[in-house]
Write a protein that binds this ligand. Structure first.
Ligand SMILES: [Mg+2]
Length: 397
């Protein structure tokens, strides 16, 4: 018997900060609006209205570059209190639909509406009602994706933007994903995307033709995620905010550094320690986050949601490194780096579909944890950590 599908809705407000500014200043409606830091300083775009995006402006772009692309844009410095207030109001609407709401950022949430049909009607209708209520009650445009998993719902939502509602029926996940460019898959950034393209993988459908063994051989642990992702398989649950926790580590370098090898080893060590902490508490993590601080103390955080939660250091490390690659220009010195994990939940050593094949990995990790417990944290480290030079600084929790 086939299990009944879950129904997950991903809600994402469109150009949230810019949309709030339009509400606050109705005269600006439809104009290119950029919310962000001081254009004369080193600020970046926090949010751009769709009129500004038409010029190629996007968030995280340096303000100076954004203004070269769109000189007539209205620049507004962010009103964070106002955004927080509106965000809470929207989350309130979502929690009236179901308590199973997982807020993943100020303007994004997953809802698990499995079984809510009795109360609110078919899922698609439910989505339309949510979108209408957010607009009528808060004046904010939003996009929704509806599917049987968080992975597919989030991608569907992005496909419909702005003001979209994309519904992927049960059983059509793989067909829906197939034509999309490979970078749309969670965890596939520029570096991994380029590696895949170099092997002729341009779409998620191309990826789905690869065998599991082949992917693992080429991409290590990330290969497993790719295999599942290409099939739209994602069993991760929607966790209401109460259950969300996080752990992190960061390290300040003794001297600001642009040494990639040093940073890489530091990141590997932090991933090892975080994974060991997860396993000790029988937790798995859904989201990997990095933090970078530059010598001028400006700080950036970026995160990626995994299609399968993990407690494995190599998975954490590979995603953290991929993120870092994307946001750390060569030659720019760093003052501090951090790796964090969130979306933690009880999972112990369960890896779902791959239980059997992961046994060796899991036994190895368990053995390492035991030795660390008996002989101290420093007893075992991966070979590449041993080369770490003294100047690399200290770890702090
Ligand atoms: Mg948004």
């Amino acid at each position: 018997m086939v299990a009944k599908p879950r129904w997950i809705i991903h809600v994402d407000l469109d150009a949230f900060f810019a949309s709030v500014e339009e509400l606050l200043h109705p005269k600006l409606k439809g104009k290119p609006i950029i919310v962000g830091g001081d254009p004369k300083g080193r600020g970046v775009v926090a949010s751009a209205s769709y009129a500004a995006r038409a010029y190629g402006v996007h968030s995280a772009m340096p303000m100076a570059q954004a203004l070269r692309l769109c000189p007539e844009a209205v620049v507004i410095s962010p009103h964070h209190e106002e955004y927080a207030r509106r965000s809470q109001a929207v989350m309130g609407i979502l929690r009236e639909i179901t308590p199973q709401v997982e807020q993943i950022s100020i303007d994004e949430a997953f809802l698990d509406v499995t079984g809510c049909e009795r109360l609110w009607g078919p899922v698609r209708q439910m989505g339309e009602m949510i979108q209408r209520r957010i607009f009528e009650e808060q004046g904010l445009p939003s996009s929704l994706g509806i599917a049987t998993s968080k992975l597919v719902a989030k991608i569907a939502c992005a496909e419909g933007k702005p003001r979209g509602l994309v519904f992927v029926p049960a059983g059509e996940e793989q067909a829906f994903l197939a034509p999309l460019p490979i970078e749309k898959l969670w965890g596939v950034g520029k570096v991994l995307g380029a590696k895949l393209r170099a092997r002729g993988v341009r779409t998620i459908g191309d990826l789905a033709t690869w065998e599991l063994e082949q992917l693992v051989q080429e991409f290590g642990e990330v290969g497993r995620m790719l295999y599942l992702g290409a099939r739209g398989i994602d069993k991760s649950p929607v966790r209401s905010s109460r259950e969300r926790r996080s752990i992190s580590q960061e390290a300040t370098f003794a001297h600001d550094t642009a040494d990639r090898e040093l940073v890489r080893r530091m990141m590997l060590q932090m991933s090892e320690e975080l994974a060991a902490r997860l396993r000790k508490r029988h937790l798995v993590a859904q989201t990997v986050r990095i933090k970078l601080r530059y010598p001028d103390f400006s700080t950036m955080t970026r995160q990626v949601t995994l299609s399968q939660p993990t407690d494995q250091a190599m998975v954490i490390y590979e995603y953290a490194w991929e993120l870092l690659h994307q946001y750390w220009p060569p030659g720019r010195r760093l003052r501090l780096i951090g790796v964090g994990l969130s979306g933690l939940f009880e999972g112990g050593y369960q890896l779902g579909l791959f239980d059997h094949q992961d046994q060796r990995w899991i036994r190895l990790s368990q053995a390492l944890d035991e030795i660390r417990q008996r002989f101290g944290r420093r007893a075992i480290t991966r070979a590449s950590l041993l080369e770490r030079k003294k100047r690399s600084g200290s770890l702090k929790r």
